[in-house]
Design a binder for this molecule. Sequence first.
Ligand SMILES: C[S@@+](CC[C@H](N)C(=O)[O-])C[C@H]1O[C@@H](n2cnc3c(N)ncnc32)[C@H](O)[C@@H]1O
Length: 178
Amino acid sequence: MANELMSKRVKKGDIVIDATVGNGNDTIFLSELVGDMGKVYGFDIQATAIINTKKKLLEKGFLERTKLFEDSHENINIYIHEEVDLIVFNLGYLPGGNHEIITKADSTVAAINKGLKLLKKNGIMIITAYYRHLGGLEEKEVVEKFLGNLNQKDFSVLKFQFINQINYPPMLFGIEKR
Ligand SMILES: C[S@@+](CC[C@H](N)C(=O)[O-])C[C@H]1O[C@@H](n2cnc3c(N)ncnc32)[C@H](O)[C@@H]1O
């Protein structure tokens, strides 16, 4: 669903942000979508995520259209000084990495809040919340509460949720700036 939304909304030349680079799947996917005239900014607090993703981008020939920062996404405003078309978050831990390094409610909400200010009119933010791990449920609830309180004059907020799956299936939030 997140990939479908990205494919539908991101055009060649767009400027986008991957707020949780991890293994780089979304960064690479977005790099293809924006093309060589576009730009993908990425954030992750883990050096391994940044280093491994840079290698993959280099192999694909996408390095020039990307800029990755080894820093928390809550500092997004320090690095990005232009409006963007799309921002994507994947909350949780790095698959195949240290499961104790997770996104956390306070910094996630701070990053979402700052990210929403950077969105262009009609720009979108996609947040996939994984919350089976310790701390995940609390984060998902804080995020959901924050999004639910956004003024409807400024943002349209959707929640996509499995209603027939057990074991905390991931949940997706889609926000469009009006
Ligand atoms: C679920 S993974 C991301 C998966 C990624 N989208 C992919 O395609 O592989 C979550 C990532 O968020 C990172 N992370 C945790 N806290 C962060 C923060 N405050 N700022 C930026 N990244 C953070 C973790 O290091 C981890 O790599």
